[in-house]
Unconditional design. Structure first.
Length: 202
Protein backbone atom coordinates (compact mmCIF):
# COMPACT_ATOMS: atom_id res chain seq x y z
CA UNK A 1 0.00 0.00 0.00
CA UNK A 2 1.48 3.33 -1.08
CA UNK A 3 0.65 6.41 1.01
CA UNK A 4 0.68 9.81 -0.70
CA UNK A 5 2.05 12.32 1.80
CA UNK A 6 3.44 14.75 -0.81
CA UNK A 7 1.34 17.70 0.34
CA UNK A 8 -0.67 19.88 -2.01
CA UNK A 9 1.20 18.47 -5.01
CA UNK A 10 -0.45 15.08 -4.39
CA UNK A 11 2.00 13.46 -6.79
CA UNK A 12 0.82 9.88 -6.38
CA UNK A 13 -2.91 10.66 -6.21
CA UNK A 14 -2.64 12.79 -9.35
CA UNK A 15 -0.83 9.99 -11.18
CA UNK A 16 -3.69 7.69 -10.20
CA UNK A 17 -6.26 10.03 -11.72
CA UNK A 18 -7.47 11.84 -8.60
CA UNK A 19 -8.93 15.27 -9.41
CA UNK A 20 -8.55 18.40 -7.28
CA UNK A 21 -11.81 20.15 -6.38
CA UNK A 22 -10.86 23.69 -5.36
CA UNK A 23 -13.19 25.94 -3.33
CA UNK A 24 -11.29 29.23 -3.74
CA UNK A 25 -8.17 30.92 -5.10
CA UNK A 26 -6.48 31.84 -1.83
CA UNK A 27 -2.75 32.55 -1.97
CA UNK A 28 -0.24 33.72 0.60
CA UNK A 29 2.48 36.30 -0.06
CA UNK A 30 5.10 35.33 2.52
CA UNK A 31 8.01 37.30 3.93
CA UNK A 32 9.99 37.65 7.16
CA UNK A 33 11.82 40.36 9.06
CA UNK A 34 13.92 40.96 12.12
CA UNK A 35 11.96 42.14 15.12
CA UNK A 36 12.56 43.04 18.73
CA UNK A 37 9.16 41.82 19.85
CA UNK A 38 9.31 39.06 22.46
CA UNK A 39 5.59 38.19 22.60
CA UNK A 40 4.94 34.61 21.41
CA UNK A 41 1.53 34.95 19.80
CA UNK A 42 -0.06 34.94 16.38
CA UNK A 43 -1.87 37.95 14.93
CA UNK A 44 -4.63 37.78 12.31
CA UNK A 45 -5.74 41.13 10.86
CA UNK A 46 -8.52 41.52 8.29
CA UNK A 47 -8.19 44.03 5.44
CA UNK A 48 -10.44 44.84 2.49
CA UNK A 49 -9.08 42.27 0.03
CA UNK A 50 -7.83 39.60 2.41
CA UNK A 51 -6.07 39.26 5.73
CA UNK A 52 -2.62 39.38 7.31
CA UNK A 53 -0.92 36.69 9.38
CA UNK A 54 2.13 37.22 11.56
CA UNK A 55 3.89 35.00 14.09
CA UNK A 56 7.31 34.90 15.78
CA UNK A 57 10.17 32.77 14.43
CA UNK A 58 13.37 31.67 16.17
CA UNK A 59 16.30 34.05 16.05
CA UNK A 60 14.41 37.30 16.71
CA UNK A 61 12.56 37.11 13.41
CA UNK A 62 8.90 37.18 12.47
CA UNK A 63 6.98 35.73 9.54
CA UNK A 64 4.39 37.85 7.75
CA UNK A 65 1.90 36.61 5.16
CA UNK A 66 -0.65 38.58 3.20
CA UNK A 67 -3.54 36.31 2.19
CA UNK A 68 -5.74 37.19 -0.79
CA UNK A 69 -7.16 35.64 -3.95
CA UNK A 70 -4.84 35.07 -6.90
CA UNK A 71 -6.97 37.22 -9.23
CA UNK A 72 -6.89 40.10 -6.73
CA UNK A 73 -3.08 40.01 -6.62
CA UNK A 74 -2.45 42.36 -9.53
CA UNK A 75 0.93 44.05 -9.24
CA UNK A 76 0.11 45.53 -5.85
CA UNK A 77 2.23 48.19 -4.18
CA UNK A 78 3.54 46.25 -1.18
CA UNK A 79 3.95 49.31 1.05
CA UNK A 80 0.29 50.24 0.43
CA UNK A 81 -0.86 46.76 1.45
CA UNK A 82 1.11 47.06 4.69
CA UNK A 83 -0.45 50.45 5.45
CA UNK A 84 -3.92 48.85 5.28
CA UNK A 85 -2.97 46.69 8.27
CA UNK A 86 -2.08 49.05 11.13
CA UNK A 87 -1.82 46.32 13.79
CA UNK A 88 0.56 44.29 11.64
CA UNK A 89 2.59 47.42 10.84
CA UNK A 90 2.77 48.26 14.55
CA UNK A 91 3.92 44.73 15.31
CA UNK A 92 6.73 45.12 12.79
CA UNK A 93 8.01 48.02 14.87
CA UNK A 94 6.61 50.50 12.35
CA UNK A 95 9.49 49.52 10.08
CA UNK A 96 9.13 48.49 6.42
CA UNK A 97 8.12 44.86 5.99
CA UNK A 98 10.24 43.35 3.17
CA UNK A 99 8.42 42.38 -0.05
CA UNK A 100 7.38 38.73 -0.27
CA UNK A 101 10.00 36.15 -1.20
CA UNK A 102 7.42 33.47 -1.94
CA UNK A 103 3.83 33.21 -3.20
CA UNK A 104 2.14 29.96 -2.12
CA UNK A 105 -1.26 28.41 -2.71
CA UNK A 106 -3.48 28.29 0.36
CA UNK A 107 -6.68 27.25 -1.42
CA UNK A 108 -9.25 24.95 0.15
CA UNK A 109 -9.13 21.73 -1.85
CA UNK A 110 -10.19 18.09 -1.70
CA UNK A 111 -9.20 15.29 -4.06
CA UNK A 112 -11.51 12.66 -5.47
CA UNK A 113 -10.80 9.86 -4.91
CA UNK A 114 -8.34 9.76 -1.99
CA UNK A 115 -8.00 5.97 -2.11
CA UNK A 116 -7.58 3.39 -4.86
CA UNK A 117 -6.10 0.01 -5.55
CA UNK A 118 -2.87 -0.09 -3.57
CA UNK A 119 -2.77 3.60 -2.58
CA UNK A 120 -4.18 6.18 -0.16
CA UNK A 121 -3.71 9.95 0.21
CA UNK A 122 -3.26 11.71 3.55
CA UNK A 123 -2.70 15.25 4.81
CA UNK A 124 -2.76 18.01 2.21
CA UNK A 125 -2.57 15.41 -0.54
CA UNK A 126 -6.11 14.41 0.44
CA UNK A 127 -7.61 17.69 1.61
CA UNK A 128 -6.11 21.11 2.33
CA UNK A 129 -7.60 23.78 4.57
CA UNK A 130 -7.49 27.56 4.64
CA UNK A 131 -4.77 28.58 7.17
CA UNK A 132 -7.39 30.72 8.94
CA UNK A 133 -8.98 27.51 10.23
CA UNK A 134 -5.92 26.73 12.34
CA UNK A 135 -6.56 23.04 11.70
CA UNK A 136 -3.72 22.16 9.33
CA UNK A 137 -1.52 20.24 11.77
CA UNK A 138 -4.50 18.57 13.45
CA UNK A 139 -5.89 17.49 10.07
CA UNK A 140 -2.55 16.05 8.98
CA UNK A 141 -2.17 14.06 12.19
CA UNK A 142 -5.74 12.82 12.06
CA UNK A 143 -5.57 11.69 8.44
CA UNK A 144 -2.32 9.89 9.23
CA UNK A 145 -3.87 8.08 12.19
CA UNK A 146 -7.08 7.17 10.39
CA UNK A 147 -5.35 6.06 7.21
CA UNK A 148 -2.95 3.80 9.12
CA UNK A 149 -5.91 2.23 10.91
CA UNK A 150 -7.72 1.73 7.60
CA UNK A 151 -4.63 0.15 6.04
CA UNK A 152 -4.17 -2.23 8.97
CA UNK A 153 -7.84 -3.24 8.80
CA UNK A 154 -7.60 -3.72 5.04
CA UNK A 155 -4.70 -6.14 5.40
CA UNK A 156 -6.60 -7.92 8.15
CA UNK A 157 -9.33 -8.66 5.63
CA UNK A 158 -11.68 -5.67 5.96
CA UNK A 159 -12.11 -4.73 2.29
CA UNK A 160 -14.40 -1.80 3.17
CA UNK A 161 -11.85 0.04 5.36
CA UNK A 162 -10.45 2.29 2.58
CA UNK A 163 -13.98 3.33 1.56
CA UNK A 164 -14.74 4.25 5.19
CA UNK A 165 -11.62 6.40 5.25
CA UNK A 166 -12.72 8.14 2.05
CA UNK A 167 -16.18 8.79 3.53
CA UNK A 168 -14.59 10.29 6.61
CA UNK A 169 -12.38 12.58 4.46
CA UNK A 170 -15.43 13.79 2.52
CA UNK A 171 -17.45 14.48 5.68
CA UNK A 172 -14.49 16.24 7.30
CA UNK A 173 -14.20 18.54 4.30
CA UNK A 174 -17.93 19.35 4.30
CA UNK A 175 -17.77 20.23 8.01
CA UNK A 176 -14.70 22.35 7.42
CA UNK A 177 -16.41 24.35 4.63
CA UNK A 178 -19.29 25.12 6.97
CA UNK A 179 -16.91 26.34 9.68
CA UNK A 180 -14.89 28.32 7.11
CA UNK A 181 -18.07 30.10 6.03
CA UNK A 182 -18.86 31.06 9.64
CA UNK A 183 -15.40 32.56 10.10
CA UNK A 184 -15.54 34.65 6.94
CA UNK A 185 -19.16 35.77 7.39
CA UNK A 186 -18.18 37.39 10.70
CA UNK A 187 -16.28 40.12 8.81
CA UNK A 188 -18.80 42.81 7.82
CA UNK A 189 -16.67 45.93 7.32
CA UNK A 190 -16.32 45.65 3.54
CA UNK A 191 -19.70 44.64 2.06
CA UNK A 192 -18.48 45.46 -1.46
CA UNK A 193 -15.28 43.40 -1.23
CA UNK A 194 -15.13 40.51 -3.68
CA UNK A 195 -12.79 38.64 -1.35
CA UNK A 196 -15.25 38.58 1.55
CA UNK A 197 -18.36 38.23 -0.63
CA UNK A 198 -16.98 35.03 -2.18
CA UNK A 199 -16.72 33.45 1.25
CA UNK A 200 -20.09 34.48 2.59
CA UNK A 201 -21.62 31.09 1.71
CA UNK A 202 -20.51 27.47 1.61
Amino acid sequence: MLVDATGRKALLASQQGAQAHVADRLIGAVTSAETSETAQWTLIEAVEDGWWYSAPLPGARMIFAYMTDSDLWKNPVWSDLVKQAPLTFERAGRLPIPPPFQIVSAASVIRHPVTGVGWMAIGDAALAFDPLSGQGILKSLETGTRSSSAIARYFDGDAGAPAEYESWVNETYRSYLSLRSQFYRSVLRWPGSRFWQRRAGV
